[in-house]
Write a protein that binds this ligand. Structure first.
Ligand SMILES: Nc1ncnc2c1ncn2[C@@H]1O[C@H](COP(=O)(O)OP(=O)(O)OP(=O)(O)O)[C@@H](O)[C@H]1O
Length: 724
């Protein structure tokens, strides 16, 4: 074994080799520098393979792109160029920054390089991974945006463990997974806040924006990707939080990862971290080369800033849509108060000049030679090194995550539980101790109707929670970390205990206070009917949450559906009096309230006798003649309720697999910048497989239609619709 390897502290099996050990391998031999092209010695090569597999999850990835052009086709057949003839490369151990003013094509280029273009976008040019045309496999790359969608009720540690269980292969031991989690938490400086809840309530104990973004990054890093696409991930962070984030990214790159990160404004300190810089202007390349010589190159190209600053930053300012206004205002201020600053207008064609100077420069030709040199070198073929957790493991993990979230969210199930008890006490004391007179028939029926409707109606209150869950799930589904079916099973399991106690306590309070049909069998049916109805209603509300983009709109739709279902259930109007087209067929039959209420009535009235003077009326007569509720019998009604519950969940599955994706996207944030939010949501997708473009394309088309519709209704800014 070489001296280098001997100096490596031996790691116990299953432990991660700390980063420092790897650096030792490279430090003492110049030929072994990370960027060296010479083959390592055999024993060192073994250690490298072990390092790559344990730290990076596989061999490093070199990305080259030559003359990449992205065109978009309009419905009239015309095309528009979004990104024009861009070439470059990104190597392991390096951080390539793509900078440009808003709408300069940064995101489009990153999407092109990560295989996320949509159907109407045409890609020209050559993109190679390790010198080969190949697909990005699951676990190789991550694509992050600034959305920061994450389970709010969980702590940093919990989110990390769940990410590790879901994203790391089942063959890996728990010890190895925990080691990776702990190391990642340390690497991203999340130790201090590891026991903090992510947020939502935004109390003093929740995470800062910087911590939240680092956690999102950490949750992806546990999968040990080798290629990072970071799309404006520091947007909205303050200077120091952004700098800390980027220093962590730089350290991750230092472990052998290849990083491409886009920015629309520059922090000078951050600039120091970049190895290579690609400056974009209106989709065209203004500069690609080493970051440290960019300022010098721009000076030589004739760009001069009126104030002392890095010329890259100055160039970005000059390209912003507000620049002319800034110059005009600064001129006014200079006239009035002699303020120094950006009062000088840049020549209109400065970008074209810079492009031309770059094209004829030595930097351009040396970069072109380097791109060619790298792209002809055939590196490792990307294989599926990472597999998912098993289906059962996914269900258990997701059920646990959802259960913890529910248990900590006082505004959701707990609030509903307390309100249910309160409402049942209210009903119980109003209808207290009913006798068996004829007049009690109406009171019993009203009492049962009220109990049922109040409990079922309260599930509408769960829609904001379901929206949050669906946002997270939609993002994670696109990351392909687990199956949607596992989420549906998991959410059912996690909610079940809460629905169980709600149904049980409500039943206990109301049943005995009112004096409903005595006997354990009748009480059990009453409780079971309420439980199954709550499960069914939850399924319906989750489906509505997946279909209706905005939480409040979802609650309105949910309330409307519950009201219609209530009206056609057979209490407010007798089943025989409900008009036939639409209200009876199909509405009344689709209404799960009908089966729940009918079951409760059958359970209550069958077997009772009601006295009236000298005569009496049997419970069966009440069912048949007063309420006309016949088939399918009380247990038959339960069966139908169960089938409807299943049907709503199948519907939810279909929604999440298809429409759920873009509907979720619509739900991100306020309506005002809806179009932009949609874009963020789409780009937040971390599909690892280029072949999934067709699905993205479909989503994009539907989104575009929705945004245009909403703009015509005055809901979104014209800009968003124009983009769509
Ligand atoms: N599929 C598309 N169809 C039509 N136009 C598109 C499409 N994708 C992007 N664009 C347009 O291309 C231009 C560049 O967009 P892109 O998002 O790549 O820029 P950006 O530099 O990332 O901007 P920002 O910093 O604002 O995110 C924008 O004007 C955008 O509206």
């Amino acid at each position: 074994m070489s001296a280098n390897l001997a100096s490596m502290p031996s790691s116990p099996p299953g432990d991660i080799i700390p980063l420092r050990n790897f650096n030792l391998l490279y430090q003492s031999s110049p030929s072994m520098s990370p960027k060296s092209t010479t083959s390592p010695l055999p024993d060192v090569a073994d250690a490298l393979v072990q390092y790559h597999n344990e730290i990076l999850g596989g061999p490093p990835v070199t990305l080259t792109w030559k003359d990449v052009k992205v065109l978009v086709t309009h419905p009239d057949g015309s095309t528009h160029t979004l990104v024009d003839n861009i070439s470059g490369f990104a190597e392991p151990f390096s951080l390539v920054a793509i900078v440009g003013a808003p709408k300069s094509g940064k995101t489009t280029l990153l999407r092109a390089l990560s295989g996320r273009l949509v159907q109407d976008e045409i890609l020209e040019g050559e993109i190679l991974l390790n010198g080969r045309r190949q697909q990005i496999t699951y676990g190789t790359a991550v694509y992050l945006t600034c959305d920061g969608i994450i389970s709010e009720m969980l702590t940093v540690e919990e989110n990390m463990y769940i990410a590790a269980v879901l994203k790391l292969p089942p063959t890996m031991s728990m010890k190895q997974k925990l080691n990776i989690v702990e190391q990642t938490i340390l690497d991203l400086s999340l130790k201090e806040c590891s026991s903090k809840q992510v947020g939502w309530c935004r109390n003093s104990k929740s995470l800062t924006q910087g911590e939240r973004r680092r956690l999102v990054l950490a949750m992806e890093i546990v999968m040990r990707p080798r290629l990072l696409y970071l799309d404006e991930v520091t947007d909205g962070l303050n200077g120091s939080a952004a700098l800390l984030y980027m220093t962590k990214v730089k350290l991750l790159a230092g472990e052998g990862r290849t990083v491409l990160a886009s920015f629309q404004e520059l922090n000078q300190n951050m600039f120091e971290l970049f190895d290579y810089l690609l400056i974009l202007g209106s989709g065209r390349r203004v500069y690609f080369g080493e970051a440290r010589i960019a300022h010098e190159h721009l000076t030589r190209s004739g760009l001069h800033s009126p104030v002392e600053q890095n010329l890259v930053g100055y160039f970005l300012q000059t390209q912003s849509a507000d620049y002319e206004e800034i110059v005009a205002s600064m001129k006014l201020l200079q006239d009035l108060e002699k303020v120094d600053g950006l009062g000088t207008e840049v020549p209109k064609n400065i970008q074209r000049t810079l492009e031309a100077v770059y094209e004829s420069s030595g930097i351009c030709s040396s970069m072109a030679a380097k791109i060619t040199g790298i792209s002809i070198k055939k590196g490792a073929v990307l294989v599926h090194l990472v597999s998912h957790a098993t289906f059962v493991n996914q269900i258990v993990t997701l059920a646990y995550r959802s259960f913890v979230s529910i248990a900590r969210d006082l505004g959701h199930y707990w609030a509903r539980f307390m309100l249910s008890i309160f409402a049942m006490l209210l009903i119980g004391t109003i209808f207290v101790n009913l006798d068996h007179s004829i007049s009690s028939i109406q009171e019993r029926a009203s009492c049962l109707f009220l109990v049922y409707e109040i409990l079922v109606y309260m599930t509408v209150g769960g829609i904001p929670y379901f929206h949050r869950e669906i946002k997270v799930v939609t993002k994670e589904k696109l990351n392909a970390h687990y199956s949607v079916a596992a989420f549906i099973f998991g959410s059912f399991l996690s909610a079940f205990p809460f629905l169980f106690i709600t149904a049980l306590f409500s039943s206990c309070f109301v049943y005995f206070l009112v004096g409903l049909h005595s006997g354990f069998g009748h009480f059990f049916y009453f409780f079971f009917n309420l439980l199954v109805s709550l499960v069914t209603s939850e399924g319906l509300m989750m489906t509505i949450s997946a279909l209706v983009p905005i939480s409040h709109a979802g609650m309105i739709v949910g309330s409307c559906i519950q009201t219609i279902f209530m009206l056609v259930a057979g209490y407010t109007a007798r089943p025989i009096d409900i008009p036939h087209p639409i209200w009876t067929y199909p509405m009344s039959y689709l209404s799960f309230h009908r089966y729940g209420i009918w079951g409760l009535y059958q359970n209550e009235f069958q077997g009772l006798r009601f006295q009236h003077s000298t005569s009496h009326m049997s419970g069966q007569q009440v069912i048949d003649s007063v309420y006309h509720m016949v088939n399918p019998g009380k247990w038959g009604n339960i069966l139908v309720l169960l089938l409807l519950g299943l049907f709503y969940r199948v519907l939810l599955y279909v929604c999440l697999m298809t429409t759920g994706t873009y509907m979720h996207a619509l739900g991100l944030g306020c309506l005002e910048n809806l179009g932009l939010q949609i874009e963020v949501a789409i780009l937040a997708t971390n599909e690892q497989d280029i072949t999934r473009n067709a699905e993205s394309a479909y989503e994009w088309h539907v989104l575009a239609d929705i945004v245009i519709l909403m703009q015509s209704a005055g809901f979104v800014k014209a800009e968003a619709a124009q983009r769509a």
